[in-house]
Design a protein around this ligand. Structure first.
Ligand code: ATP
Length: 211
């Protein structure tokens, strides 16, 4: 399939649309208007129409969008057809929670291996996922052709673990540590800072109260 260049903001909304379309499809709905979509995914309908126009999709005025064709379209764009294995590095509380969760609601991503330095954990299988020593990372990632890793080590170990991951060929890091990692430009880092996100929410609620 030809690669379509889409803005980052649009790309971020695609999974939201996709998840909702799956629900509609399961309910047997055949079409959906941009207004309905807008209410369900909390994106204004003008943005939805603009987003969809990047794909040359597929709506007719007064009819809405065809659920099945949107779904198969997004499926291709989001690579839902192919399974992506990812690694998890740092099997502490958060790491274990993610292992246990293991994206069960998605059938195309899964954590297929984990790494730690604690000998009490390595060599075991936790929530169905083998935990290897950090030293074996390069070999394991190579064997399993994994290029994406979730980072849940303590902050103090974040940068040096990142260096090991980059050396092992990781191209995408989902960073759960509060550290801003340095990595080569060819490596993408997605920061997930739960405390900051909550703090932002608290800030908004407080300022709502004041108004
Ligand atoms: P969490 O932040 O997940 O709640 P925790 O409090 O359970 O963690 P941490 O001290 O943050 O524990 O460590 C998380 C995990 O990362 C531990 O299992 C620890 O052994 C592991 N770890 C520490 N340093 C490294 C490292 N350099 N590489 C890989 N794993 C590491």
């Amino acid at each position: 399939m030809e690669k379509i260049k889409i803005p980052k903001a649009t790309a971020k909304r695609l999974p939201l649309y996709y998840r909702y379309l799956i629900i509609l499809n399961e309910e047997g709905k055949e079409k959906v208007s941009s207004t309905e979509l807008s209410e369900a995914v909390q994106v204004d309908s003008a943005s939805i129409r603009r987003d969809f126009s990047y794909f040359g999709a597929l709506g007719k005025r007064g009819y809405g969008y065809d659920v099945k064709s949107l779904l198969s379209f997004f499926k291709k764009i989001l690579n839902q057809d192919t399974l992506t294995n990812v690694a998890l590095v740092g099997v502490g509380n958060l790491g274990r929670a993610l292992l246990n969760y293991n994206f069960k609601r998605s059938n195309n991503i899964r954590i297929s291996c984990a790494f730690d330095i604690n000998k009490k954990i390595t060599g075991r299988i936790l929530s169905g996922v083998p935990v290897y020593d950090l030293e074996d990372m390069k070999q394991q990632l190579n064997d399993q052709q994994i290029t994406i890793a979730i980072l849940t080590v303590p902050s103090t170990a974040a940068q040096k673990t990142t260096d090991v991951m980059v050396d092992a060929g990781v191209k995408g890091i989902m960073n759960f540590t509060p550290i801003r990692l340095s990595a080569p430009a060819s490596v993408r880092v997605q920061n997930v800072d739960l405390a900051t996100e909550l703090q932002t929410l608290i800030y908004f609620l407080d300022s709502d109260k004041e108004n």
